[in-house]
Write a protein that binds this ligand. Structure first.
Ligand code: GLY
Length: 422
């Protein structure tokens, strides 16, 4: 994809808006990817078979690619990738060890689409079942429904042979407790008045202190509390970040074989500390994942509520159906998210979204709303088409969604970038 001049000007303006300028090397890599992922401009560069996924699937690509290459089904190949993070207790965005809801209970969502048979399955709000991606496939294969939620989905999963197990790890429980105690000036959690660790509530923004000072103080207090809770020193800052910016995690994977068959799946523990029962985009066919055997496949990680409102994955596949390249199709979906906030960067900066896009001919793209969640942490997609690699996603906006600590402020005159919406 080549940006139009107007796009370029708009993106440059937004670059000035964003909370920092990307490292030069990262910029260079993103530009290289912008060109190399634009397979419309490089006919012959497309390869099949190919698997595209979120970067937390990187370690599982070799096995899935070998399976796909030896004639394995495209959905089963994609499921092999996402099962890795689901089984990994150290990946706190998916399956076992996922960050829990506000009550400290892990609730998982997943969906899948099988291109060759044009079928779909989905589960939402599932507790105690680790491999919800397999539960979604079982809904597709063994019921006349597309989506099961909550207790019914759990009982169905057990009937399908998936074991019940405790999904909350000690690591995730401690981060949840830190989050819970962060609100302890508003409720009865955390140290009480008589506890030697009790501290007066932090000053409000209306007090004399500058906001940067208030943030610094808050982060220090949270780090001290994290130590009390028993979070290891090297994990404390990451835990504090998760408390201040509850992550959405997730993994998506799309797989295409040499015959042109294509499938996709997405699985997640959803937004950390969500209300019990909240489902994001991941179990929603058309939002977290969409596959059309005639066109291609797309999936998402990031702010679920925003992605549902633009039916992101379906929008992208439809855009490709009507002639857009994978990258153009993804950029259009991202612009719709910005449009939903009238370009108000004070709000858009709290949203994050990455799309993973694979067209039926093997062309692919990874696009993201922001460059990453903070400097040095670019959004990446992982690819295997015979060579396994990670590539920096091409971002719509320059800057980071969750600069940490969350500064600097957006300049007043650029707060509402309505130019962007034209
Ligand atoms: N994208 C995952 C979620 O919002 O639940």
């Amino acid at each position: 994809m080549t940006f139009s001049r107007r796009d370029f000007v708009k993106t440059s303006v937004l670059g000035a808006v964003a909370a920092g300028v990307g490292a030069q090397a990262q910029d260079k890599e993103a530009k290289k990817n912008a060109a190399s992922q634009d397979h419309d401009a490089q006919s012959g560069a497309r390869k099949r078979p190919i698997i595209v996924c979120a970067n937390n699937g990187f370690n599982y690509l070799d096995d899935a690619f070998a399976f796909l290459k030896s004639g394995g089904d495209t959905l089963d190949a994609a499921l092999r990738v996402v099962k890795g993070p689901e089984d990994d207790p150290n990946d706190d965005s998916v399956g076992l060890g996922g960050l829990p809801n506000e009550e400290g209970v892990v609730e998982l969502d997943a969906c899948c689409m099988h291109g060759p048979t044009r079928r779909a399955g989905s589960v939402g709000g599932v507790r105690d079942i680790k491999n919800v991606s397999l539960a979604a496939k079982a809904v597709m294969q063994h019921t006349g429904h597309v989506m099961l939620v909550g207790e019914g989905a759990e009982r169905f999963s057990v009937a399908m042979g998936l074991p019940r197990e405790t999904l909350l790890t000690e690591h995730s429980r401690k981060i949840w407790l830190l989050w819970k105690e962060f609100h302890s000036t508003d409720d009865w959690w955390g140290p009480g008045l008589a506890d030697p660790h009790w501290q007066a509530p932090p000053a409000k923004a209306s007090d004399e202190k500058p906001r940067s000072e208030l943030w610094r103080q808050r982060i220090e207090e949270l780090q001290a509390r994290a130590a009390e809770i028993g979070i290891e020193p090297e994990l404390r800052l990451a835990a504090v970040r998760k408390v201040l910016f509850p992550p959405t995690g997730t993994i998506h994977c799309s797989a295409l074989n040499d015959k042109g068959e294509i499938s996709g799946c997405t699985t997640t523990s959803g937004l950390a500390f969500k209300l019990p029962g909240r489902c994001g985009d991941s179990p929603i066919i058309g939002a977290g994942c969409y596959t059309d055997q005639d066109v291609g496949s797309a999936g998402a990680t990031g702010s679920g509520e925003e992605n549902i409102k633009v039916a992101g994955a379906h929008t992208i596949v439809e855009n490709m159906r009507h002639g857009m390249s994978p990258q153009e199709a993804g950029m259009d979906a991202l612009k719709r998210i910005v449009r939903n906030y009238n370009g108000d960067m004070n709000k858009v900066r709290f949203i994050d979204m990455t799309y993973y896009i694979l067209r039926k001919d093997g062309a692919y793209a990874g696009v993201s709303l922001w460059e990453g969640y903070s400097k040095g942490h670019p959004h990446k997609i992982a690819i295997h088409d015979g060579s396994r690699r990670a590539e920096v996603a091409v971002s719509l906006l320059k800057g980071y969604s969750q600069e940490f600590p969350p500064f600097p402020e957006i300049p007043e005159d650029l707060k509402n970038s309505s130019e962007y919406l034209k």
